[in-house]
Write a protein that binds this ligand. Sequence first.
Ligand SMILES: Cc1cc2nc3c(=O)[nH]c(=O)nc-3n(C[C@H](O)[C@H](O)[C@H](O)COP(=O)(O)O)c2cc1C
Length: 168
Amino acid sequence: MINNTIIVYSSNTGFTQQYAKLLGRALDMPSYELGSVPKCHAGAQVIYLGWLFAGSIVGYKKCARKYDIKAVAGVGMSPPADELAEGLRSTMKIPSNVPVFYLQGGFDIERLKGPMKLIMKVKCRSIAERLLAKGELSAAEQTTLDMCSGPASAVDEINLAEIVALFK
Ligand SMILES: Cc1cc2nc3c(=O)[nH]c(=O)nc-3n(C[C@H](O)[C@H](O)[C@H](O)COP(=O)(O)O)c2cc1C
């Protein structure tokens, strides 16, 4: 374990939390939800994981004001693509010396409430239409399509390999 490096995360429905716990186990680091980090970690070095909301990494800016961010991962429902991480870097204005990752998470519309549930119902319909029109799908695209019709998850320790390699 790298001294004084911790994992901090924001998770709306639990999938980012699952990644944070898997990463914590792989790197032997404690993980905390943003807002519940013990005071003894003030100014700590942080690997930050946040769920994606309309192209933004939830909680990143708040976390970056308080901690020394060493890597960031955005967790979304989209299939991974090369340009996603750099897109997140530019949207979130993450400095060029901080590695940015995109992780495919999970989606369960039944864990959402109110307006978010309504918005995502519509969004899922359009994502599903777009993917179905494509014909042949990669495994990750199929998982995204599955997310649109019921609970589905791509959370897997294997997706953390690059981040683990960076900090091990
Ligand atoms: C309102 C809303 C907006 C979302 N926007 C995006 C998005 O822009 N890109 C994406 O890939 N996933 C998006 N998602 C999907 C979530 O980021 C994804 O399901 C993630 O795994 C949720 O993590 P959590 O369980 O930790 O909250 C959105 C979900 C909701 C509810």
